[in-house]
Design a binder for this molecule. Structure first.
Ligand code: SF4
Ligand code: SF4
Length: 453
């Protein structure tokens, strides 16, 4: 357990998004640290109210970073969730985090209605007729969270081995996250293309399971350990030098496998070796000689730091540098770029009002930049930003930084007029790269096309 000797300096209050909105001591890192301490020492019962304060934490880790005596209140909140699960396990978590989420086939089946909603044109119809305005607010927000959904999960159409464009200089394992495969297929297809373009043979094991973050966040590291062992074995078999992911949340969890399995004699060394190889895609690309893209992106672009990338992995400069490599792109720094967007995985569902208040602050900052694109390498953040943009009626598109880089490589000219409201984006026809055939052609075909330009 972490250091519990809070000196009550209050520094953490200034950086805590939940405290700033709720203005209650129990919703602050300092308050949570006290509750955790008293709970663990037996002075307070682990009541539903106390545990609720632990779940109301967005785990943005800003308090961990600022605390001068190393309290790590964010870790304490997650630890307390684990302690609660040990005392009183919730069966639904076994079903959700042990049975559904770590099974890609079941997840694909469970999310089929969402793809059908888009594929059959129902979503388009709902928006073009303005029916979305009739939805209850929270349902409308959940709908706005969804990106332009792929017809098929990327896992089903991406090649297991994508050859390097030209000489192969790196053998890279690609960890395809659940949300990336199910919802952001275009972006992960772009990641593979960009890697291949820069001399990587990309191996994407198809049997990978969820990185484990949802189970970790809900106090079930026991379930994550099994998932970790499975994923480690797959990448060992793939014999890759480095393991790349384009999901900030997956990256931060995969980098924790060494820590999670440290007490397991059989797996500790293997897990540590695995975590040592994990890189965010921007981190990896900035560590190798990178081809300068020839295309231009004539747009004003800003960048939001996902908590799991900036604080979870210490990666913040690399995505900015990648964006600034693109000719024509006008990069504008987002005020409070590292302030949580309010997503925190499922907070828009479980703590709707607070999540929206935190999001509003992000949107005010975004509006001040007058950006046409906001880039962020986390599916949770992207979905939350989509909600914010739609609620505020901002003419901004939410993208992964690699998607912009990919378009610049493909000499796809992007100008500000491409930008539309999220509703318009949802309503328009699917783009070519969304089609399964285009994705299944993989990195190689696209690279060959470009060679023939
Ligand atoms: S992790 Fe973030 S939301 Fe949670 S207590 Fe710390 S600063 Fe507040
Ligand atoms: S910054 Fe650390 S020591 Fe200061 S009040 Fe917060 S938890 Fe306590």
């Amino acid at each position: 357990m972490d250091n519990l000797n809070c000196i009550r300096c209050g520094l953490c209050l200034a950086v805590c998004p939940t405290y700033r909105e709720v203005l209650s001591e129990t919703a602050s890192p300092r308050g949570r640290a006290v509750l955790a301490r008293k709970g663990l020492e037996g002075e307070f019962a682990l009541s539903p109210n106390l545990i609720e304060q632990m779940y109301a934490c967005f785990d943005c880790m800003a308090c961990n970073e600022i605390c001068p005596v190393g309290i790590r209140p964010a870790d304490l909140a997650v630890d307390m969730r684990r302690v609660q699960e040990q005392i009183q396990p919730a069966v639904w978590k076994d079903v959700l985090f042990g049975g559904l989420i770590p099974n890609p086939g079941r997840m694909e089946l469970a999310t089929w209605p969402l793809r059908a909603y888009e594929k059959l044109g129902i979503r388009r119809l709902v928006y073009s007729l303005g029916l979305h305005r009739l939805m209850p607010k929270q349902v409308r927000d959940l709908d706005a969270m969804l990106p332009h959904l792929p017809q098929r999960p990327l896992r089903q159409v991406l090649l297991e081995v994508s050859k390097a464009n030209g000489e192969s200089r790196y053998r890279v394992g690609f960890f395809l996250g659940c949300a990336q495969s199910l919802m952001f297929a275009d972006e992960s297809a772009a990641t593979v293309r960009v890697l291949a373009r820069n001399g990587c043979t990309v191996i994407t094991p198809k049997e990978t399971v969820c990185c484990g973050m949802p189970a970790l966040g809900y106090g079930r590291p026991d379930l994550v350990r099994e998932q970790a062992r499975h994923n480690i074995t797959l990448f060992e078999q793939a014999q890759v030098e480095v393991i790349v992911t384009d999901c900030a949340t997956c990256g931060s969890t995969l980098k924790e496998y060494g820590h999670l399995l440290a007490d397991d004699n059989e797996w500790a060394a293997r897990a540590a070796a695995f975590s040592e190889k994990v890189r965010d895609v921007s981190e990896f690309l900035m560590s190798i000689p990178l081809e300068k893209p020839q295309g231009r992106v004539e747009a004003r672009v800003t960048y939001h730091d996902p908590c799991h990338l900036r604080r979870g992995q210490g990666v913040w400069q690399q995505p900015r540098t990648l964006l600034q490599m693109i000719d024509g792109l006008e990069f504008v720094e987002l005020p409070e770029a590292d302030w949580c967007c309010g997503s925190a995985g499922s907070q828009l569902i479980t703590h709707y009002e607070t999540s929206l208040k935190v999001l509003q602050r992000k949107m005010e900052n975004l509006e001040s930049t007058q950006a046409e694109y906001i880039a962020s390498g986390c599916p949770g953040c992207q979905m939350q930003l989509n909600v914010g943009a739609q609620r505020r009626g901002l003419e901004v598109q939410v993208v992964h930084p690699i998607a912009l880089l990919d378009r610049a490589y493909n000499k796809e000219s992007i100008v500000a007029r491409d930008v539309g409201r999220v509703a318009k984006h949802i309503a328009k026809s699917p783009k070519a790269e969304t089609q399964p055939e285009a994705i299944s052609a993989g990195a190689n075909n696209l690279c060959q096309l470009e060679e023939g330009d």
